[in-house]
Design a protein around this ligand. Sequence first.
Ligand code: AMP
Length: 294
Amino acid sequence: MHIFKTKSAVHGFSENAHSAGKTVGFVATMGALHEGHLTLVRYALMQNDIVIVSIFVNPTQFGHDEDYSQYPRTLEEDCVLLEELGVHGVFAPTAGEMYDSTIEQMNANDGGLTRTQINPGELAILWEGELRPAHFAGVCLVVGKLLNIVRPNRAYFGEKDYQQLAIVRQLAADLDLFVEVIGVSIERADDGLARSSRNRYLNAEQRKGACSLYESIVLAQSLCAKGEVMCAEIVRDVTNYLTLRCDGMLSIGYVAIVDPMTLKPLESVIDEGRLLISVQLDGIHLIDNALICA
Ligand code: AMP
C-alpha cells in the first residue's frame, strides 16, 4: 500500500490507474478509523480496481470553538487497518500541503480563508449548517479539492452524515465533477450507537446516554409503524424521550423529520421522511438519522 503525502503523487498514481484502464474508488476520511469507515472502504474495494483513502483532519470545516486540535489522530493504526483490507493508496497530507502553509492553524470561523470558497447554498443553511455556520462550506472546499486531486470514478460517503451526503451529491453535480457519489448506510455498534470517531471521547455513562439517540429513532419508527404520521407529534415524543433519558447530560441541537431530498421539514410522513437528530452530550457533538416510513 502506498502512502502519499503530496497532491501530485496521489494524483499521478490515480492518473496511471486510469491510463491502464482501471477504475478508481475513493473514500474521504478524517482518520481514527472504525467499522463505519471500513464499510465504505469495503464497498469501494468491491466496485473498483484501485481504492484510495484520504486521511485528513480538515481545519476549514471546524469552528473555532470545536475540537480540531483534540480530534483523534491515529495515522499508523489507520494504515494498518487499510492495508489489511487491501487498499492501494492512502493520501495523508498536512494542512499546509492541502491549502497553504499560512492557514495551517486556521479554521472556518476565524475567517481565515481569503481565497476560493464554495457556497453550498440553501442545503447548507439548514440543521447542522445552522449550528455550525461555516461547516459545510469547509466540507465542500476540501471534498471538491480531494475529488479534483484524486479524480475517482466513484466516491463513497456515509449516510451517517446525511446532510453532508446530500451536499456532496449537489457539489458533484453542480461543479460537473464527473464522479459517481455513492451513499452507504449507517454502521452501528451492537448497542445501536452509530459508529463515530468521536465515540472515543465517551466514558461508560456518556455512552449509555449516547445510545438514547438510537433508542429514540426506534421509538419514532415504531410510532410511525403504528400509524402516527404527524411529524410534530413524533418529534415531540423523541425530544421528550431524549430529555428524560439523559437528564442534564444532553442538550438537543435539533430533532426534525425532513424530506429525504430537500431536507426541508415535513408536516406529515406521507410516504417516507428522514429523522435527523443532533445533540451535545456533555459537550460532545453527536448526530444520527434514520429513514421513517409511514
Ligand atoms: P469522517 O472521518 O467522520 O469524516 O467520516 C468519513 C466518512 O465515513 C464520511 O462519509 C462519513 O459519513 C462516513 N462514516 C462515518 N461514520 C460512519 C458510520 N457509522 N456508518 C457509515 N458511514 C460512516
